[in-house]
Design a protein around this ligand. Structure first.
Ligand code: SF4
Length: 223
């Protein structure tokens, strides 16, 4: 019980700190975007740098601005456009097949529920939750590698997979914070709590972190 209260206190303070740090810098989780664009861009983003994803998605949407147009696309033409993202062969098949399924089974509208999204080719839980969150404004914790890593380092969960983290975080994090979690933790995970060398010496939430291997002095080369 005491532990639960301490975690709840830490969770509130971590969110408050990260919100004040990142909310004013660019996009926020409260901006709803086109479900089609969120879905396709998120499928493209796996194992791909943000700049490449953004540029590639922009080119793809210029050529195929709607579900219907992408459903009618030739897979090899799509592959040429998205050749710079990771796994372009598989992703070109997935995005075209997903568009066709949406057209056939959902009257051209991206499903706004988890089950429907998970049936689409190339869509796992993270992508589905990103779509629910960013396109439909539904409370969902989209757990990617950054959210999973940071939540474990903070000591909020002790999990091995993103799926486990998602389930545990739904208990630890109040529902009203679910929508902002991905946005805040991804920014924080990329800039401060980096995968190989977390920059604990400059971390604004150091006092609430349980990570035993904190790095409190800058190294000559950082990740
Ligand atoms: Fe990450 Fe270090 Fe901050 Fe903990 S103190 S959240 S490990 S950067």
């Amino acid at each position: 019980m005491q532990q639960d209260r301490m975690t709840a206190f830490a969770v509130r303070n971590v969110f408050r700190t990260l919100q004040s740090r990142y909310r004013r810098s660019g996009r926020t989780a409260s901006d709803l975007r086109s479900p089609y664009r969120v879905l396709i861009a998120t499928i493209l983003s796996a194992r791909t740098r943000d700049e490449v994803t953004d540029e590639t998605a922009g080119k793809l949407f210029l050529r195929y601005p709607s579900v219907r147009s992408l459903a009618g696309a030739n897979v090899s033409s799509v592959r040429r456009i998205i050749r710079r993202v990771g796994f372009p062969g598989a992703k070109s098949q997935h995005v075209v097949a997903a568009a066709r399924m949406i057209l056939r089974q959902h009257r051209g509208r991206v499903p706004d529920h988890l089950d429907g999204l998970l049936q689409l080719p190339g869509v796992g839980r993270k992508t589905a939750n990103v779509v629910l969150n960013y396109a439909f404004g539904q409370p969902a914790i989209a757990v990617d590698t950054h959210v999973h890593r940071v939540a474990n380092r903070l000591g909020w969960v002790s999990t091995r997979t993103s799926r486990e983290s998602e389930t545990k975080l739904e208990f630890v994090v109040p529902k009203k914070m679910w929508r902002s979690m991905n946005d805040l933790f991804v920014k924080f995970g990329k800039n401060v709590c980096k995968p190989r060398v977390p920059q604990c010496w400059t971390c604004p939430i150091l006092r609430w972190c349980a990570y035993p291997a904190k790095i409190l002095t800058p190294r000559k080369t950082s990740a």
